[in-house]
Design a protein around this ligand. Structure first.
Ligand SMILES: C[S@@+](CC[C@H](N)C(=O)[O-])C[C@H]1O[C@@H](n2cnc3c(N)ncnc32)[C@H](O)[C@@H]1O
Length: 213
């Protein structure tokens, strides 16, 4: 395919997700990344408690709420779901979803999370958290790994044994080392690039399942 053809497909894809997000009332087109991750890995199965780290403006929370509502409809148990988003940017509130305005690196975060989830382990932890990109891919992927390290630390402390952790890296030289440390903590770790990810982006999601205890 020639350059113009590729460019058209790229622009068309961008436009398609943007329009769909608007039509569906999602706050960001990244909603479709989570939908595609779930389609491939079924991460929402039996999920009633969820933590979203770096959640603003909130489209992953909107999608999570929809999947958890389906779980509730299919469940015979009377469960009160617990869905919490964390970000240092404020979000417009979403019904039945709680929000904590905090930096994920804040030392007090785990205490707050334990309080919110009443010391119970969390069914699913998702994170699309990312640094503000500088345009320097080498530097950016190094800074992003600091975020990933912190998310991994939180998940090790708070995720339930068979739960999934989803987190975002930027492809680069730091990723193999980080991947190794994730594989030491989880039974199964897979890399995934959702179709909704922009073609020029170097983002990849790690889908981590079943923590070693
Ligand atoms: C790509 S956006 C997330 C989009 C979200 N998944 C959605 O669908 O609406 C990344 C978010 O990470 C947040 N973030 C980055 N560093 C953070 C940190 N240290 N603590 C808390 N939030 C952070 C940013 O404020 C931003 O809102």
């Amino acid at each position: 395919m020639n350059y113009m053809g590729k460019k058209w497909i790229k622009e068309h894809k961008k436009e398609h997700y943007y329009k769909n997000a608007k039509r569906h009332g999602y706050r960001a087109r990244s909603a479709y990344k989570l939908i595609q991750i779930n389609k491939k890995f079924n991460i929402f199965k039996n999920v009633f408690s969820l933590l979203d780290l770096g959640c603003a403006p909130g489209s992953w929370l909107q999608v999570s709420k929809e999947f958890i509502e389906i779980n509730l409809e299919n469940s015979k148990k009377k469960i009160k779901p617990k869905i919490l988003g964390v970000d240092f940017k404020k979000i417009t509130s979403i019904e039945d979803i709680d929000f904590l305005k905090m930096d994920i690196h804040d030392e007090m975060l785990e205490e707050k999370l334990n309080e919110y989830f009443q010391e119970k382990k969390i069914d699913l932890i998702i994170s699309d958290c990312s640094i503000k990109k500088t345009g320097n891919k080498t530097l950016d992927q190094v800074s992003q790994i600091k975020i990933c390290d912190r998310i991994l630390e939180i998940a090790i402390n708070l995720l339930k044994k068979n739960g999934f952790l989803i987190l975002k890296c930027f492809e680069g030289s730091e990723v193999p080392k980080f991947l190794k440390s994730v594989k030491e903590k989880f039974h199964k770790v897979r890399k995934f690039i959702p179709e909704a990810t922009r073609s020029r982006s170097n983002e990849i999601f790690l889908v981590c399942q079943s923590i070693f205890f």
